[in-house]
Design a protein around this ligand. Structure first.
Ligand SMILES: [Zn+2]
Ligand SMILES: [Zn+2]
Length: 89
């Protein structure tokens, strides 16, 4: 877990410490605007109470395969967490 240093929002350029899938965005509006602009696809985690997402460019095969790989790894983390101890809440 790393505390992010301020970087310019990918959409509007405002310095922000917030990240969406590792990309600096200052607000949900900017994330949404950027997404519409680029017409990106979003992979969402199927597990309840998890807001993990991966945005990818459907026209970019590499971007897409990275997104699917990341999603698979992320689901694997859920599986091993469940296998390791059941629910921790
Ligand atoms: Zn912004
Ligand atoms: Zn998840």
């Amino acid at each position: 877990m790393n505390e992010a240093e301020p970087k310019p929002c990918r959409h509007c350029g405002t310095e922000t410490t917030q990240r969406a899938s590792g990309i600096p965005y200052c607000s949900m509006d900017c994330i949404g605007a950027r997404r519409r602009e680029k017409d990106n696809e979003v992979l969402e985690c199927p597990y309840p109470d998890c807001d993990w997402k991966q945005v990818y460019d459907p026209e970019n095969g590499l971007s897409r395969s990275i997104a699917y790989t990341n999603a698979e790894e992320h689901r694997e983390e859920h599986r091993s967490a469940l296998a390791a101890g059941g629910d921790e809440q």
